[in-house]
Design a protein around this ligand. Structure first.
Ligand SMILES: Cc1ncc(COP(=O)(O)O)c(C=O)c1O
Length: 396
């Protein structure tokens, strides 16, 4: 066996992986057209309006309301659903901080419902036990682009009268039992931040099938105005969270590239999963049966080889990076994030419960490849697999 690069051996790969986003003349021309139109804001412009229609159609929703980012989209969604300070909102702990902070920023208390260890998705079997008289909503996260178990989530929401906000920040093009995510619950929110499958550097959108929620989301995004009202008519308090025409012009072009890119990543993920599975200790995440489309925003997998004498997770990741493979060690579970814990305490909420699966995932198991690796060729993925096999063979 050749020496690990971290010990001075030759790295498996020295070439960088591809960049993200992919763009060309189409984005350039769209941006210039938006610029030359002289209308840069969405109030009088056409690009944001087109995007709202096109993105809602992509995800089979009746309404789309574009905004500045996926974080504010979540806060606005909760606000529009009538979530008040002190209300409890169920969230999985293994996610980006925004899923919980968006609730906290409007005074609501995130209550954590652990994920399944083999999917990293919220475990519907744990929802009932987390519900209290103050629970008003649940935010399933379609983590990495894999839809959460929406059968289980919607059934639990029905049992307890909870509103459902799908955090689909990573799940452009994903579907559960043939139904695109985002409007399965009451509201779904997406991000167009730089790393996302469709992006313009920043941006977000909220989707809903409900006409009244559409009006409310539009109003909260638009400084509390009402559609058709006077410019200085503010019927409620809201934020200015409007997207610019430049962002929408770019996103509309990126959307045209998305289906082929998603198909590429889907094939690449299957290839990577099959090859990783040949390595003792490397275990791909389970994709639930109901997932009929997956954005493959990220590729998370489990390193279980430490139990058989292989390197512990963090040492494994470090060694893999030295082999020329960018690998990430994933999220800190939000029930263990001090800023989240402190804010919950400040608001008088209950101390976050332990979430053994999310904590084990972080401490011992989960490694993650980001989207550019899945946009690569089989030869790129072969390098990834060769490096994983090399590091997996090392005894601690
Ligand atoms: C699961 C999840 N929720 C919410 C967000 C927030 O989106 P944004 O970065 O656009 O605010 C992100 C983005 O990173 C995310 O991954």
């Amino acid at each position: 066996m050749s020496a690990l690069a971290i010990h001075g051996g030759t790295p498996v790969r020295t070439k960088p992986f591809g960049g993200w986003p992919v763009f060309g003349r189409e984005e350039e021309e769209a941006l210039l057209a938006a610029l030359r139109s002289g209308i840069w804001g969405s109030i009088d412009g056409t690009y944001v309006k087109q995007l709202e229609v096109a993105f809602a159609e992509l995800q089979s929703a009746r309404h789309g309301i574009a905004c500045v980012n996926g974080t504010m989209a979540l806060s606005v969604a909760l606000k529009a659903l009538g979530i008040e300070p002190g209300d409890e909102v169920l969230v999985p702990p293994y996610t980006f901080i925004a899923t919980a902070s968006a609730a906290l920023m409007i005074g609501a208390i995130p209550v954590f419902v652990d994920v399944e260890l083999d999917t990293l998705l919220i475990d519907p079997a744990l929802i009932d036990a987390a519900v209290t008289p103050r629970t008003k909503a649940i935010i399933p996260v379609h983590h990495g682009g894999s839809p959460a178990d929406m059968d289980g989530v919607m059934a639990a929401a029905g049992r307890h009268g909870l509103k459902v906000v799908e955090d689909a920040a990573q799940a452009h093009g994903s579907a559960w039992r043939g139904r695109p995510v985002g409007a399965i619950g009451d509201i779904g929110t997406f991000s167009f931040q730089s790393s996302k499958p469709i992006n313009a550097g920043e941006g977000g959108i909220m989707l809903t099938n409900d006409d009244e929620l559409d009006e409310l989301l539009w109003s909260y995004r638009n400084v509390g105005r009402r559609r058709g009202g006077e410019w200085y008519e503010h019927v409620r308090l809201g934020w200015n969270l409007r997207m610019t025409e430049f962002q929408a012009a770019v996103i509309l072009e990126q959307m045209k590239r998305m289906p082929a890119q998603q198909a590429h990543r889907t094939e690449a993920a299957a290839y990577l999963g099959a090859r990783l599975s040949e390595i003792p200790g490397a275990v791909p995440l389970r994709v639930p049966d109901g997932v009929t489309a997956h954005s493959w925003y990220t590729y998370h997998w489990r390193w279980l080889g430490a139990a058989d004498g292989g390197l512990p997770k963090m040492a494994f990741a470090e060694a893999l990076r030295a082999e020329g493979i960018p690998v990430f060690h994933g999220y800190t579970p939000l029930n263990r994030n001090q800023a989240v814990i402190d804010e919950i305490a400040r608001l008088g909420g209950p101390e976050p419960v332990a979430c053994p699966n999310a904590e084990k995932a972080e401490a011992d198991e989960i490694l993650m490849f980001s989207l550019p690796i899945l946009m690569g060729t089989h030869a790129d993925i072969d390098d990834v697999v060769a490096a994983v096999a090399k590091v997996a063979a090392v005894r601690a």
